[in-house]
Design a protein around this ligand. Sequence first.
Ligand code: T6T
Length: 314
Amino acid sequence: STSEATSAGSSTSDGSSAVAPTSASKNYNISFIQGVAGDEFYISMQCGIEAEAAKLGVTVNTQGAQKFDPTLQSPVLDGVVASKPDAILIAPTDVTAMQAPLKAAADAGIKVVLVDTTVDDPSFAVSQVSSDNLGGGKAAFDAIKQLNPDGGKVLVISVDPGISTTDARVKGFEDAANADSAFTYLGVQYSHNDPATAAQLVSAALQKDPDIVGVFATNLFAAEGTAQGIREAGKQGAIDVVGFDAGPNQVEALKEGTVQALVAQQPATIGTDGLDQAVAALDGGTITPVIQTGFSIITQENVEGNEAVYQSSC
Ligand code: T6T
């Protein structure tokens, strides 16, 4: 239901709970490499990682490039690998480009945990922790359908092709839209993680197809720009927007009525679980290779009073 802030907890691929260590055998050095610096999603993840690190007694160092871009993330990774940490938690920015450098880090004896995003062949990684991105994309379509039972044209604004998370969200939405004959799927356009580009894409799409009924924006910056494009066209409330993630800007757009629903992930939990997996790997504990964290649908009906579900934990 879109009216309840229900959320599933972390689960493994077989539905059981991951085992969390209670302390580390020594003060390990662990690096966290964000998808991009300054993104509230990765800041919340950092909060979860740091809280868990303090609990287990390990040291965490966080770094991120200025753009969500593998050509900028690779040198950050190189620098981290040269500092010889015991483990790396990383959100790889491209499924192909980050494959070889991350495999090399693992081959050098560093425990690698993939958080949020993944790569083409993650077999070198100790564990992968992420949301149900495919399911989240489908949930976004369901939210638009609920508001538009008669169907219509729908559009997706994403980031860049080659990002595992946003590609899965697009696929979840696209499959659901294509399976519903009342809807016309207009396809996906890429904003390169830039809100201004997303706003321009939405403006141009609305000029071409003024009868669009819904737009799905697959991350924070796509949603920020989509909301801006909708405002500039004066279409607030006339076109239904569903965004992935629930940062302060997106929650504001929801409250003002420009955005109708947000698919809120659990970034802090992804971080906590990721750190647990790194420490378990270093101490020879129980490892859970794939962990899926939950998401919640936030609407105007449940946005108040459920702040704990979507706000950062520090
Ligand atoms: O949506 C998150 C994250 O899951 C995705 O991989 C990249 O974008 C965000 O960081 C939000 O900006």
